[in-house]
Design a protein around this ligand. Structure first.
Ligand code: ADP
Ligand code: MG
Length: 224
């Protein structure tokens, strides 16, 4: 599903070069639930952006779902991202003036043709997320945990090859965090490939596999 080989990313700031990823290689098979864990500044966000086709390596290759996405131009990368990747962010990224259902249906604007099953899928996902009675609510009327569950429903709407979550529990109280992690585990159990990025070892330990990253390199890679 995912194959990274020698992925290197550096930033030039002023006259200096700042390394963010240094020759990172790993594979993730379809259906695996992997966490990427490391301290602040270790390169997690850079790696997640790479996985999500938001960024390209300076060296190395990244293949996803059989395609060499590291060679895509911006337009192909964004098209691929819209169709094949679901994102969940720490800060939810919901639109405040849209309802729960409308937020969930946002990926519809990237459709190229009709998708008659879309609305039924949105409703089923919201039901699964425990939000069946909140379809008309605005994000501001929801708890943090509920907002994140809307974001998960939205991320799954297009049936992505890869679900990426960047510190998905970072803004939640411990009980909502536990709910959201349980839902992500359930989504994985239904066959979804999931990559979760976190600095929190407890959160990381919920995954089948943990890839530890430090100073832009893989420090450990453990499957339980
Ligand atoms: P993490 O998400 O683990 O905190 P990042 O991937 O954000 O780590 O950052 C890895 C390294 O790359 C850090 O040294 C960071 O300062 C640097 N970095 C990240 N993004 C940029 C950028 N846009 N410009 C310059 N340096 C960056
Ligand atoms: Mg980060």
């Amino acid at each position: 599903m995912v194959r990274m080989e020698g992925v290197t990313r550096y930033y030039r700031v002023g006259g200096q070069t700042i390394g963010a990823l240094d020759g990172v290689s790993f594979e993730i098979p379809k259906g695996q639930f992997t966490s990427i864990v490391g301290p602040s500044g270790s390169g997690k966000s850079t790696l997640l952006n790479m996985l999500g086709c938001l960024d390209r390596p300076n060296a190395g290759t990244y293949r996803l779902d059989g395609e060499d996405v590291s060679a895509f131009d911006d337009e192909r990368a964004s098209d691929f991202r819209n169709r094949r990747i679901g994102f969940v962010f720490q800060s939810f990224h919901l639109l405040p003036r849209l309802s729960v259902l409308e937020n969930t249906l946002l990926p519809r604007r990237f459709l190229r043709g009709p998708d008659p099953g879309l609305e039924a899928r949105a409703l089923a996902l919201l039901e699964r997320m425990g939000l069946g009675r909140h379809l008309a609510h605005r994000p501001g009327q929801l708890s943090g945990g509920q907002m994140q569950r809307v974001a998960i429903a939205r991320a799954l709407l297009m049936q992505p090859a890869l679900l990426l979550a960047d510190e998905p529990t970072g803004n939640l109280d411990s009980r909502s965090a536990a709910d959201v992690l349980a839902l992500i585990a359930e989504v994985h159990a239904s066959g979804q490939t999931v990559v979760l990025v976190t600095h929190d070892a407890d959160v990381a330990s919920r995954a089948q596999r943990q890839i530890g990253i430090r100073d832009g390199r893989i420090e450990f890679d453990a499957v339980r």
